[in-house]
Ligand binder design. Sequence first.
Ligand code: AOF
Ligand code: ZN
Length: 382
Amino acid sequence: MEFDKENNLDDIYPTQADYYMRECFELAKNALGRTSPNPIVGAIVIDKNGLPVGKGYHKAAGTEHAEVIAIREAGDRAKDGILIVNLEPCCHFGRTPPCTDLIVKSGISEVVFSCLDANPLVKNKSKEFLLKNNIKVFSNVLESEGLELNKFFFKWIKTKLPWVTLKQAQTLDGKVALSNQNSKWITGDSARKEVHKLRNIYDAILVGAKTVEVDNPELNVRDINNSRNPARVILDLNLITKPESNVYKNNAPIYLVTKANHSKELLSGYLKFNGDLNLIQLPEVSSGKINFKSLFEELGKKNILSVLVEAGPTLAGDLVLNKILDEYILFIAPKIFGDIEALSSMKIAPLSEIKDSSEFKLFDYNLIGNDLMLSLRPEVIF
Ligand code: AOF
Ligand code: ZN
């Protein structure tokens, strides 16, 4: 597709800018789960004849920004060209120099971006800097998609808390395990593959001790090209998990969340077993419970921008009641257990009024193999 500069730009832009912006989104997505604490960013340079001459995406924090790669590839053809990028370019010295200086130096005459950067060092400042340097700015292109693309980054940069998604799989009658605790293979292969795709883009997976004890999961990413394992966060206030459990075994950081008052000897069993194990010790606010906000603040400080919680009913219920969730992904298998003693997805104290129930809105749904995947969001998001 060519950018037609002969016509009135305002008439032409909506479609052409959308087209290239979508391509920027796709470029950016190559690095999902790899850039924390930075956003994912894709950039394209269009030359003065309307042809794309440079493309790039930000690969990891500390490496060059998307714009730098795209402008370098464009070389001299960037002059009088247009830069399209999904985020307002940066204007500050962070781990890398300001992109706005490079944009001015390259002779680019116009910058098109999707959303303002929420980073207070950048927000609106870059836009103003570009305008002052006689560069046209066209912003808010596909803005809601741009915000959604970087939902992890935007949540964290504004609140210093990670985006928290609860993932569960249940039967049609809302059961997550049989009464004998067997919970393996509720959903089909495709849904399980989908979970591995999710693990591949979240910075951390959080599970409760009970899940580790009963399922002994590995919580790694399997059968996906160029995958990497997320950090694992194990919530084990009473240290009931065995240090030899599978979850402590592989090559990504582990955060063991526990009470403040365990003996050094008990803790050293875990530390000895895994070289990359970090302790997060928090006060117990009531029997068996910690303050979730403190936990997620701690994870946010460790540059964890997104947490996928693979929870059983107790942890799931606590997260819902504490209004911690940004998203709830629920796989529903077309099966009925019917067993009244079987575990339901959420353990929440009985309500007397339906109006007191926790409500979500349906954000998206997909058929994954023979299972339904719902993406739900709470009524109010940060
Ligand atoms: C962009 N393009 O590709 C990225 C941006 O430490 P630094 O130098 O990498 O700066 C990080 C900040 O820069 C980050 O918080 C966000 O505001 C912006 N990231 N900006 O224009 C990019 N990764
Ligand atoms: Zn930059």
